[in-house]
Write a protein that binds this ligand. Structure first.
Ligand code: ASP
Length: 441
């Protein structure tokens, strides 16, 4: 399909009221390349409000627990009715709600009931735009083990959309086993948009949400950080690890290396170009090598010391095995000559610490095991971090000048990040020092 087609996904806030739907429609119509729109279910209108998806989860569980579900069904109906009325369109919401009720009684199950939030909203939006509605169940197919059957999905989607000029498609679900419906994980409308973009080889996939921009450092620490204008999928993965959840990992994996850029846009700031995610940075991009300073507090670092450790084989395997058996992931590890150190996340580690130490003593008889608490990990993320000259010097000058003691350093072999471990008390100062050295100058 033509490469200038845009697939646009609108999140729940963008479709939360009639006014927001009008605004969304204006965005859609402002670019003729926006031919396929993926819709979420209406979101919360204010802080105390409940989004339709959550109401539908409650509705189904009330039905299954034989509790009174009618009030919840009515609330769902009224939310949609309010939007329909505000848009002034002709749409029989009671017929749709009757189908939901009938399927509750048929025991269609949670995924079907919850998916009706996006299904009905996509139909309403299609009606308002005068576009075709295409059910995601006829485009996206789950196969065995609940994974997307990519071949079937891409073939069906490209075949159907090839013949469709414009369409609104509900996000968040696909079909399974012929007549069943299966949901993606929460926030899964993004996955729908990614799948469709890949199937038709779109020129651009857009994600429109209310969330603020992607900053190059935490605004609550550095004040008014720069917005990241361009970032690669690989860099975004690093941010995801540090808890900056811009996109679900599945979406990144689907989009990466496909040559399809992703635009992250803000519904409340339409003129802002947002952030572009691509496989490679475009020539017009930015910036210093570093794209972002991100971090997390509250790690632990365990040091295992044993004379002759360097000559022993299978130590790593034993140590990792002990952690794996207890379901604790080793986030990072470093080996010195006689020392093996592992960075783990709290709080699960603290709970299991005595038995881990016991197991390590039994398995490898170390001379000493120590645990340092309150470790923060801060990562300087940027493609080329490992190959550009002088990066280390810049980082450590900045940290030394700020008087911060470094507990560990790790340079990812993937050339994408340098991770610095400091004590939690130094976390904010380190972020500030690195932000001014690596992003601002
Ligand atoms: N409505 C779904 C959720 O709340 C999916 C989405 O918004 O993308 O998670």
């Amino acid at each position: 399909m033509s490469n200038n087609v845009i697939v646009s996904k609108f999140g729940s806030i963008a479709l939360s009221t009639a006014e927001m739907v009008r605004k969304t429609a204006e965005i859609i119509m402002s670019d003729p390349s926006r031919r396929y729109v993926v819709a979420s279910a209406p979101g919360a209108r204010h802080a105390e409000d409940v989004k339709i998806t959550d109401m539908l989860f409650i509705l189904n569980s009330r039905y299954e627990n034989r509790e009174n579900f009618n009030e919840m069904l009515k609330r769902v109906r009224d939310r949609f009715a309010e939007i329909i009325q505000g848009l002034g369109i002709n749409f029989d919401i009671d017929a749709e709600i009757a189908v939901v009720k009938k399927n509750l009684f048929f025991g269609k199950g949670n995924d079907f009931i919850v998916s009706r939030g996006e299904y009905i909203m996509a139909k309403i939006l299609a009606e308002y735009l005068g576009w075709q509605f295409i059910d995601a169940a006829s485009l996206i197919f789950f196969g065995k083990e609940g994974r997307i059957d990519q071949e079937k999905t891409f073939t069906a989607t490209s075949r159907i959309l090839e013949k469709t000029e414009h369409a609104v498609i509900p996000g968040f679900y696909g079909s399974i086993g012929g007549t069943g419906i299966k949901l993606f994980p929460r926030g899964g409308g993004d996955t729908t948009a990614a799948v469709i973009s890949r199937a038709i080889n779109a020129g651009l996939c857009e994600k429109w949400t209310e969330t603020t921009k992607i900053y190059s450092a935490d605004p609550s620490i550095v004040g008014n950080p720069e917005v990241i204008r361009h970032i690669t999928y690989e860099e975004l993965k690093q941010l995801t690890y540090m808890g900056i959840n811009v996109l679900h990992e599945d979406v990144i994996l689907l989009m990466q290396n496909m040559g399809i850029p992703l635009g992250i846009r803000n519904i409340f700031d339409i003129d802002d170009e947002g952030t572009g995610v691509t496989d490679e940075l475009p020539p017009e991009s930015r910036r210093n090598v570093a794209a972002c300073i991100a971090g997390r507090r509250n790690y632990r670092i365990m040091h295992i010391e044993k004379f002759g450790l360097n000559r022993l084989t299978g130590i790593g395997q034993k140590v990792f095995g002990i952690f794996t058996e207890r379901n604790i992931s080793c986030e990072h590890y470093m080996s010195g000559i006689y020392r093996f150190s592992i960075v783990v996340k709290n709080p699960l580690f603290d709970l299991k610490r005595p038995e881990i130490i016991q197991a390590l003593n039994d398995a490898i008889h170390p001379e000493k095991i120590t645990v340092e608490k309150n470790l923060s990990l801060i990562t300087v993320v940027g493609q080329g971090m490992g190959t550009v000259k002088g990066i280390f010097a810049k980082i450590f000058d900045a940290i030394a000048e700020a008087g911060i003691k470094v507990r560990m350093i790790e340079q990812g072999s993937d050339d994408l990040n340098i991770i610095i471990g400091v004590y939690d008390d130094d976390y904010e100062n380190t972020v500030r020092a690195l932000y001014s050295a690596m992003i601002l100058s």
